[in-house]
Design a protein around this ligand. Structure first.
Ligand code: SAM
Length: 201
């Protein structure tokens, strides 16, 4: 192993309970993920920190929200990020959505060969789903920005929650229609990342 499967203090429980499943997915990302062009080539530690640890903070937010929703929908999932790590540590049904057939094909193979129970992959247009699904938590990592998401949702559905990865400079504020709260967290000893938690008023 050429990397340390670390998680900062906020996520130590995930290492204790799900280390095997998470390292297995990491192995898939570093092999099939790179070979099939689902992610760009990076070293093993960066893949762990940037993809696995970052994804798990989405799960941490969901855990802290304590809201019972029907499903988690990962829009623009690519290689299953953050949807697969979320499905490993959570029990809700997770739907991975991407409009590229090749990505869904590889994800379906991963789901079948590893008998992943609470996750499905769908080739769909994310823009359509974010406006039609109800009672759902949507995750968006490196897909669209919070401001573009809000522009897209002219008639937002009240029962939905949107978790969007964002940059430090995000100056998005709450409005009449949306409440926006930015979460800042460590992905390793010294690098911070941000996720906007957007709820409909
Ligand atoms: C930059 S990648 C991010 C992938 C992954 N979420 C991550 O963090 O590594 C954006 C993904 O969104 C997908 N995508 C782009 N437009 C889409 C759309 N309209 N509906 C669904 N997926 C879309 C692309 O195929 C690509 O896999």
């Amino acid at each position: 192993m050429n990397y340390i499967p670390q998680i900062p203090k906020w996520g130590e429980e995930y290492i204790e309970k799900k280390l095997y499943e998470l390292t297995h997915y990491h192995e898939w990302l570093t092999s099939t993920g790179i070979k099939a062009g689902l992610i760009s080539s990076k070293d093993e530690q960066a893949i762990w920190d940037e993809f696995i640890v970052h994804s798990l903070y989405f799960a941490k937010i969901i855990e802290n929200l304590q809201e019972k929703k029907e499903q988690i929908v990962d829009l623009g999932t690519g290689a299953g990020i953050p949807g697969i790590p979320i499905s490993i540590v959570r029990n809700e049904k997770v739907t991975l959505v991407d409009n590229k057939k090749t990505r869904i094909f590889e994800l379906e193979r991963l789901i079948t060969t590893n008998s992943l129970k609470n996750v499905v992959a769908k080739q769909e247009n994310a823009t359509k789903l974010m406006k039609s699904y109800e009672n759902s938590i949507f995750t968006l990592r490196c897909y669209i920005s919070s401001s573009n998401l809000i522009k897209n949702l002219s008639k937002p559905i009240k029962s939905n929650i949107y978790l969007v990865s964002s940059s430090e400079k995000n100056s998005l504020t709450s409005s009449e229609m949306f409440h926006v709260k930015q979460e800042k967290f460590l992905i390793n000893k010294n690098e911070y990342r941000f996720i906007d938690v957007i709820t409909v008023r």
